[in-house]
Design a protein around this ligand. Structure first.
Ligand code: SAH
Ligand code: AVI
Length: 326
């Protein structure tokens, strides 16, 4: 019933089993934590869209500005490309303009890759408006999705991978470096990556971006518990948890947590979990690492890329890097 109201198609059994296993592991770990990819059911994807409209959350607008400004130079430096695969496309609103700038006489195939069915549906509608672009979505995790797009390319086709919006920041730094190496392994020499990274800025701006006064980010965070209740039969009391965003200056990352307001026992039958929370204990739900510009060249090199160009937004420091797979 709730599923129907949210317009969510029944998750496939394998995905639900993976969700249950991750919830089990995350709630029984000494330091309770969950992977951020589970934010994005239909409601979570809609809440993320709302976050992008918040005056305090400058990430999407910065990314959009840089892309618009850089598109002609980017197209010239990149050279001909007929296949674009986007990791974590979301609704694809920013990508539309970029694809218009890249589409040549031969047309373009666009493969959005996302775990959110709802986001992919929106993305398909959004990109269908760009003439010359064929859309074929891939509902999958980032790397298996990219491997599929790369494997299914036509002979001789050159691939541009997009990883925008600062989503790399949702990996811890060492994991991000490993992830980029695996991303490179899914590509062929001469393929390219356009990578958006959010940069370090004043702590006050960052904390407000992740703890907005309207409470949209709090709703996005709490929806993770609501999703566990809906899909795995959990009995989380959402009112018993408070949204928290902290800036860790030495790790250069925002952390999002849900803090238990009182001691409680939570049951999630489909994950086989009974988890006790102490008063003040937190469930760590997201990391959002922010980069210094001078970290980026080494990140490119160690992953097997050569930096071709970088554009930075001045209003909300955010970098867009074009890397070539060597
Ligand atoms: N790139 C868009 C959306 C960013 S939100 C933008 O810049 O605005 C992050 C997107 O990545 C969401 O749509 C989410 O569903 C997707 N996502 C998160 N983790 C994922 C994973 N492990 N594999 C595939 N998609 C993922
Ligand atoms: C998708 N990702 C880059 C966003 C971020 O900024 O880390 C997700 C988000 N979390 C809270 N607000 C936005």
């Amino acid at each position: 019933m709730i599923r129907a109201q949210l317009g969510v198609p029944a998750s496939c059994p394998a995905r639900l089993a993976e969700f249950a296993a991750d919830v089990h592991d995350g709630l029984t770990a000494p330091r309770k934590a969950l992977p951020p990819k589970y934010f994005y059911d239909a409601l979570g994807s809609a809440l993320f869209e709302a976050i992008c409209l918040l005056p305090e959350y400058g990430v999407l607008r910065a990314d959009d500005r840089v892309l618009r400004r850089a598109a002609p130079e980017l197209a010239a430096r990149l050279g001909p490309v007929t296949l674009v695969a986007e990791l974590g496309s979301g609704s694809g609103t920013k990508t539309r303009g970029l694809l218009s700038a890249l589409v040549g006489r031969a047309g373009l195939s666009y493969r959005p890759i996302d775990v959110s069915h709802a986001a992919l549906q929106r993305c398909r509608r959004e990109i269908a408006r760009v003439s010359g672009v064929r859309v074929a979505e891939i509902e999958a995790d980032f790397l298996p999705g990219l491997a599929t797009a790369s494997r299914e390319r036509a002979p001789g086709e050159r691939l541009l991978a997009l990883f925008l919006g600062g989503t790399l920041g949702n990996f811890e730094r060492p994991a991000a470096a490993g992830f980029l190496r695996q991303l490179r392994d899914a590509l062929l020499p001469g393929d390219a990556l356009l990578l958006g990274t959010d940069l370090v800025k004043e702590a006050e701006r960052l904390v407000l971006a992740y703890d907005d006064p309207t409470g949209v980010t709090a709703a996005f965070n709490l929806n993770l518990l609501a999703r566990i209740n809906r899909e795995l039969g959990g009995d989380f009391d959402l009112a018993a948890f408070a949204h928290e965003a902290r800036w860790d200056v030495s790790a250069r990352r925002i952390e999002m947590h849900l803090r238990a307001r009182e001691p409680q026992l939570v049951r999630v039958p489909a994950a086989g979990v009974r988890a006790a929370f102490e008063r003040g204990e937190t469930l760590w739900t997201e990391t959002s690492c922010k980069y210094e510009e001078d970290e980026l060249p080494a990140l490119a090199r160690t992953a097997g890329f050569r930096n071709v160009a970088r554009w930075v937004d001045a209003e909300w420091p955010f970098a867009e890097s074009l890397w070539l797979a060597e």
